[in-house]
Ligand binder design. Structure first.
Ligand SMILES: NC(=O)c1ccc[n+]([C@@H]2O[C@H](COP(=O)([O-])OP(=O)(O)OC[C@H]3O[C@@H](n4cnc5c(N)ncnc54)[C@H](OP(=O)(O)O)[C@@H]3O)[C@@H](O)[C@H]2O)c1
Length: 270
């Protein structure tokens, strides 16, 4: 697929969550939060927001260099190299998390990939990468986390899903299939884990300005998109509720309309 140059590329790999947007307080003090896919984008913004609330942060992604750089810039954060699609790597991650912290209170399943192609051009490799990274990883990471989460007494699983968990978009077959499946799994987990004092929330962002937005084959006006800090704010609002209250789903969309509407408007003007 030929790609139109993106005239508004994602601002550098550093995601900026500032104290202007988030008040520094310690409402997550003493809580251990593991975030997958935290080396950039939404995961990094969630880490920064949780750090301002005093959480201890375990940050994971595949790239050793990027996850070390991300953790170095976030107080209370420690980097772990892990591939969420590999049972072996996930097992190793939890061995290290257990050894370092001995507990886990919050799991944020955020790591994800996105393929933007017509179904007829979606290869088996594209399909498997989306399903393994966006869906099977939730099975692997959540199962590995459960023994620690059960011991927390007030645990929370946050799954970063997508508007594509609920709505079909052309050219997104593998991504939509993975995210629809992930929403189904999230809903089952919310029901099953209630009995173990584990809340499970789904955050469904619309188009957000990260490296993922580079996948589109049309120029994206990033000013119209959500920022990673907006998604982080939704995550914090779920995490900071009292234990008696649970948010099942948050659908968060750009106030000026979705990227799909934006793209079709642009095309119809040509
Ligand atoms: N951006 C959007 O418009 C948008 C909208 C709705 C939902 N979301 C969801 O938000 C989440 C984060 O996306 P983003 O926009 O922040 O994307 P991003 O900037 O591309 O970041 C993706 C993160 O996932 C990590 N990752 C990818 N594959 C991995 C694997 N196998 N094991 C471990 N880590 C892996 C990447 O690090 P490494 O490459 O180093 O592993 C990176 O840290 C995803 O679940 C995505 O589906 C994004």
């Amino acid at each position: 697929m030929s790609r139109a140059p993106n005239r508004n590329p994602a601002p550098g790999s550093r995601t900026s969550v500032t104290e202007r947007e988030f008040t520094r307080s310690n409402r997550l003090s003493g809580r251990v939060v593991l975030i997958t896919g935290a080396s950039r984008g939404i995961g990094q913004a969630i880490a920064q927001a949780c750090a301002l609330e005093g959480a201890c942060l375990a940050l994971a992604s595949r790239s050793r260099k990027l996850i070390h750089e991300a953790a170095a810039g976030i107080p209370g954060a420690f980097p772990f190299v892990a591939d969420v699609t590999s049972a072996k790597s996930v097992g190793q991650l939890f061995k290290l998390v257990r050894a370092r912290y001995g507990r886990l209170d919050v799991l944020v399943n955020n790591a994800g990939v996105f393929t933007y192609k017509p179904f007829s051009r979606t290869t088996l490799s594209d399909w498997e990468t989306n399903i393994c990274t966006n869906l099977t990883s939730l099975y692997l990471v959540t199962r590995a986390a459960l023994p620690l989460l059960r011991r927390s007494g007030n645990a929370h699983i946050i799954n970063i899903l997508s508007v594509s968990s609920r709505k079909a978009f052309p050219n997104c077959s593998a991504y939509c299939a993975s995210k629809f499946g992930a929403l189904g799994l999230t809903r089952v987990l919310a029901e099953e884990l209630r009995a173990h004092a584990i809340r499970v929330s789904a955050i469904l962002p619309g188009s957000t300005s990260t490296r993922m937005s580079d996948e589109f084959d049309f120029a994206v006006d990033r000013r119209r998109l959500l920022q990673p800090s907006d998604v982080a704010a939704a995550v914090l609002s779920a995490l900071l509720l009292p234990a008696r209250a649970a948010i099942d789903e948050v659908l968060l969309t750009p106030s000026q309309g979705s990227l799909a509407e934006h793209a079709s408007t642009r095309k119809s003007r040509r």
